[in-house]
Structure formats: structure tokens, C-alpha cells
Design a protein around this ligand. Structure first.
Ligand code: NAP
Length: 284
């Protein structure tokens, strides 16, 4: 079998198109959605991510505010800045680019963001809402993965999904979203003794580890849907995922590429969350 590709670029473009239409409708009522992106320090990868997020906003007609600060910024000043943005009615989403410098407590920073503006979905209120099945912002990466499943007509109901990785930003919310969608979910992690025994049973595998070749062809059930969240570099320095793409795509039914898979969808879902925040503010 040769797997069909889940094209994250194409799907993200479609999502951005839908967002742009709804942004235009809000803007026509004088309610243009606005996203504040806070960057502290000079981390090169963070600078690139932030630049993309700002460009994405512009591409759909959203307003974006890039709030840059030196690495020496005090925690108290950052918290004060977030409180100002919480109170700013023209800002509907607040995103603090991680990682933060070591002297700043990232949890404290995230908890200071108003849950109504937590478009990254990292606030404990958003995580708790997901846990108990209440409305709230979903973390962008797992939300994007769910959209990808939907796009290929893969309903998780009754399926066995294996999530590899249990981080608060990917693995755990991914498992909860799949559970909410009525999958039977197994979560694997670094202390799972026989990963392959689990993945071989899976109709859906989501790999969110950050290590190359965590999932190889012999670990995959024929026809399974494989979502590769991982972002790694191969020996040539090229971006690659957690999945041995060449091997696994001979066995799986569907597979996401890296690059061009989950990454673009993560960015698109930030726009969806910001739009949802602006729509909720307009209703309030
Ligand atoms: P993380 O916080 O480092 O979590 C990695 C998880 O993988 C942990 O739960 C860890 O288990 C587990 N793990 C490590 N080695 C394992 C192994 N050999 N077998 C099974 N599980 C193992 O990473 P993250 O933030 O979730 O990100 C994961 C990957 O996704 C990274 O490559 C990251 O760059 C990428 N990512 C991509 C996007 C995107 O938009 N494409 C977004 C976010 C993240 P323990 O909990 O036991 O340590």
C-alpha cells in the first residue's frame, strides 16, 4: 500500500480563506479581530515563528500587534503588559512566544492571560475546559490535527487512536480531543515499554515526540492514519518528523508530510482561535 498524503499546506490555505471571509464580516461591523504577539529576547527560531504569525494575521485581514522586549525584561513588567492587553478591547487574542528567558516563570505568564484571550489554549482554564468537555480554546497543534482527520473523512468514533507523547501542549490535549471524538485512546510516552505493541493496534497514530524514526513501518497497522507532529533535523539538516516517512507511507492509508503537514495547520488554527475570540467578544 502507498499512503495518501494529507496536505497541510492546502488545508491550511482553505482554513485561512474561510477565516478571511469571517474576519471581513466582523471588520465590516467595526470589530476587526486583533492578535497581540509578545516576544521576549532574541531566540532566532522564536523570531521566525513570530514573524510568520504576524504575516498570517495580515493575510486574513486581522490586526496584529508585535510586542518585542529585550531578554532582560522583568517578569513584573511582562505581567503588567499582559494585564494592559487583557483590558484592551481591540485585542482579542494574546500569545506569548515560548520559551521565555529563565528568570521569567512561563506558567505565571500564561495564567495572567485572560482565558477569553488565550488563543494558544495553554491557560489552565483552557486545559481544564477541554478535560471536562466544556467550551474553551483548544491548543492549536492538536486542534489542527483534528481538522486534518476531519478533512480526510476520518471519524475517530470507535477507532483506536495511539498518541505518542504526553506534553501539555500537544500529547495530552490531542488525546483528550480524540477521546471527545469517541476514539479509544492510548497515550504512550518515554516509559512505555513496548511502543510497537500499541501502535500496531492503532487505526490512528499521532506522533508528538521530537525524535526521528520513532515510528517505523513495522510498527504500523496497514491502512492506519498517521499524523506526524514532530519537528526534527535529519543528517543533511533538513526538517523531518518523528515518522520514518519513506517506510511508513508504504503501509499506512494516510500520512502527513514534514514539512507541509501539521506545521501549517498549527498556524492556521491560531487564526481560527483568534477569530473565535473576536466573535465571542462581539456577542458579549
Ligand atoms: P515534549 O514536551 O518534549 O514532549 C515529548 C514527549 O515525547 C514526552 O511526553 C516524552 O515522554 C515523549 N517521548 C520521548 N521519547 C519517547 C520515546 N522514545 N517513545 C515514546 N515517547 C517518547 O515535546 P512537545 O512540545 O510535545 O513536541 C513534540 C514534537 O512536536 C517536537 O518535535 C516539537 O518540535 C513538535 N511540535 C510541532 C508543532 C507543529 O506545529 N508542527 C507544534 C508543537 C510541537 P515523557 O513525558 O515520558 O518525557
Amino acid at each position: 500500500m502507498t499512503a495518501r498524503l494529507i496536505d497541510g499546506n492546502a488545508l491550511a490555505k482553505k482554513v485561512r480563506g474561510e477565516v478571511a471571509q469571517q474576519v471581513a464580516a466582523l471588520a465590516a461591523q467595526g470589530r476587526q479581530p486583533g492578535l497581540a504577539v509578545i516576544l521576549v529576547g532574541e531566540d532566532p527560531a522564536s523570531q521566525v515563528y513570530v514573524k510568520h504569525k504576524v504575516a498570517d494575521c495580515e493575510s486574513v485581514g486581522m490586526r496584529s500587534v508585535l510586542d518585542r522586549h529585550p531578554a532582560s525584561l522583568s517578569e513584573a513588567t511582562l505581567l503588567q503588559r499582559i494585564r494592559e492587553l487583557n483590558a484592551d478591547a481591540s485585542i482579542h487574542g494574546i500569545l506569548v512566544q515560548l520559551p521565555l528567558p529563565k528568570h521569567i516563570d512561563a506558567n505565571k505568564v500564561i495564567e495572567t492571560i485572560s482565558p477569553a484571550k488565550d488563543v494558544d489554549g495553554f491557560h489552565v482554564a483552557s486545559a481544564g475546559a477541554l478535560m471536562i468537555g466544556r467550551p474553551g480554546f483548544k491548543a492549536c497543534t492538536p486542534y489542527g490535527c483534528m481538522k486534518m482527520l476531519e478533512a480526510i473523512g476520518c471519524d475517530p468514533r470507535g477507532k483506536h487512536a495511539v498518541v505518542i507523547g504526553r506534553s501539555n501542549i500537544v500529547g495530552k490535549p490531542m488525546a483528550l480531543l480524540l477521546l471527545q471524538a469517541n476514539a479509544t485512546v492510548t497515550i504512550c510516552h518515554s516509559a512505555t515499554p513496548d511502543l510497537a505493541a500499541h501502535t500496531r493496534q492503532a487505526d490512528i497514530v499521532v506522533a508528538a515526540v521530537g525524535k526521528r524514526n520513532v515510528l517505523t513501518a513495522d510498527m504500523v497497522k496497514p491502512g492506519a492514519v498517521i499524523i506526524d507532529v514532530g519537528m526534527n533535523r535529519n543528517d543533511e539538516g533538513k526538517l523531518c518528523g518523528d515518522v520514518d516517512f519513506a517506510g511508513v507511507s508504504q503501509v499506512a492509508g494516510w500520512i502527513t508530510p514534514v514539512p507541509g503537514g501539521v506545521g501549517p495547520m498549527t498556524r492556521a488554527m491560531l487564526l481560527v482561535n483568534t477569530l473565535e475570540a473576536a466573535q465571542a467578544a462581539a456577542r458579549a
